[in-house]
Design a protein around this ligand. Structure first.
Ligand SMILES: *Cc1c(COP(=O)(O)O)cnc(C)c1O
Length: 388
């Protein structure tokens, strides 16, 4: 129930599906493959650095509004090390309360009421809310099963004189699509030709499989000056509760985003900032092992779900795998996911809630594989028994 005088721009946003499904998981003692959070801790040296930062007494008060210098320098070094991108740590990097705040601040900073924002659906759930809170009009480009590729003709056709920005997410949650160099190039060319801003959410930049590279949109010609690149520590370092994110862009765009950000949280995560700075400088082996281990989990859950008869779309990135439930005789993923906890003791997330085009998402269900191997195996066993 919402108050009848709640602002119109929030009407229909409801409660996020993750809250509903995580509560259902608790009530039914289910294995939660719904919300995407790892069930093992992040790297010990990083955790120790956060503890030390608290104990030192030097990081428990407001950090600087743009984030502490060591973290901004570490983000800048990371962008150079992995992508050859140069960002001035003092003017072109901004630390935020998770990628979530970076997305909110970027949209509030750049979207005028009535501006059109083109976004890939299924959407990451905060996009819809943030576009609405900025007064923007969302224009979906649907990634269609079975391969969830970007329809470049549809993207070109969606641009109008009112289009302000493209909101891109690669690797893409929930489909696991990793945009190809050709798709990225086409987005870049379109953005330059139509003079669009681009906000790109790259929180899964280190969770890409089968030796595919992550290619930030900011690396394409003409894109450095029109792109707001967003990422964060939650996914890369298995600390989704820390909420340390960042923005990299031009001084002008960073200033715009900071102007909104300073009145949302002002600052956050003081003692986590030095710890994340240290983690970003981990050797390549950390990043390689993360990818290898997550790819193995992807394969474990994907083959398990396929063995149950579900149609599995093996993802190129992220820690989610999508299935079509129709081979099991269901045609509605929401119904399937509401039935699952009682019947099998497993929680998953229906895609449908992430679409404007409900029909496109109806039979699809998302499962998180950022869990211990024994948990993934137990989940598949429970499904096998319950779905019989
Ligand atoms: C998890 C996630 C975020 C949010 O990241 P936080 O740093 O936890 O705020 C943003 N975008 C996508 C696509 C995500 O999956």
């Amino acid at each position: 129930m919402t108050h009848p005088r709640m602002a119109a721009r929030l009407q229909g946003l409801g409660t996020t599906i993750f809250a509903e499904m995580s509560a259902l998981a608790l009530r039914t003692s289910s294995i939660n493959l719904g919300q995407g959070f790892p069930d093992t801790d992040g790297p010990a040296p990083m955790l120790e650095a956060a503890v030390d930062a608290i104990r030192s007494g030097e990081h428990n008060q407001y950090p600087p509004g743009i984030g502490i210098a060591p973290l901004r320098h570490a983000v800048s070094e990371h962008q150079r090390r992995f992508y050859g991108l140069d960002f001035d740590p003092d003017t072109e990097v901004l630390v935020t309360a998770g990628a979530t705040e970076a997305i909110a601040a970027a949209l509030l900073a750049l979207v005028e009421p009535g501006d059109e924002v083109i976004a890939l659906e299924p959407y990451y759930d905060s996009y819809v809310a943030c576009i609405a809170m900025a007064g923007g009009v969302r224009v979906p480009i649907t990634l269609q099963a079975p391969d969830f590729r970007l329809d470049l003709d549809a993207l070109r056709a969606a641009v109008t004189p009112r289009t302000k920005l493209l909101l891109i997410n690669t690797p893409h949650n929930p489909t696991g699509t990793v945009l190809t160099p050709e798709e990225l190039r086409a987005i870049a060319e379109l953005a330059c030709e139509r003079d669009l801003l681009v906000v790109t959410d790259e929180v899964y930049e280190h969770l890409i499989y089968d030796d595919a590279p992550h290619i930030p949109l900011a690396t394409f010609p003409g894109m450095r000056e029109r792109t707001v690149t967003i990422s964060g520590a939650g996914k890369t370092f298995a600390v989704t509760g820390w909420k340390i994110g960042w923005v990299c862009s031009t001084p002008e765009l960073v200033t715009a985003v900071r102007t909104a950000k300073q009145f949302l949280t002002y600052v956050s995560g003081g003692p986590f900032q030095p710890a994340v700075a240290q983690a970003l400088r981990f050797e390549d082996t950390y990043y390689d092992e993360l990818r290898t281990s997550m790819q193995r989990k992807r394969d474990l859950l994907s083959s398990g779900l396929a063995s149950l008869g579900l149609k599995v779309f093996v993802p190129g990135g992220t820690y989610f795998v999508t299935t079509d439930v129709r081979p099991l005789g269901y045609d509605d993923g929401v119904e399937f996911c509401r039935m699952l906890p009682e019947r099998c003791g497993v929680v998953a997330i229906p895609h449908e809630v992430f679409y404007d085009d409900k029909a496109a998402g109806r039979p699809l269900v998302r499962w998180a594989f950022c869990k211990r191997d024994d948990v993934l195996t137990a989940a598949v066993d429970r499904l096998r028994n319950g779905l019989k």
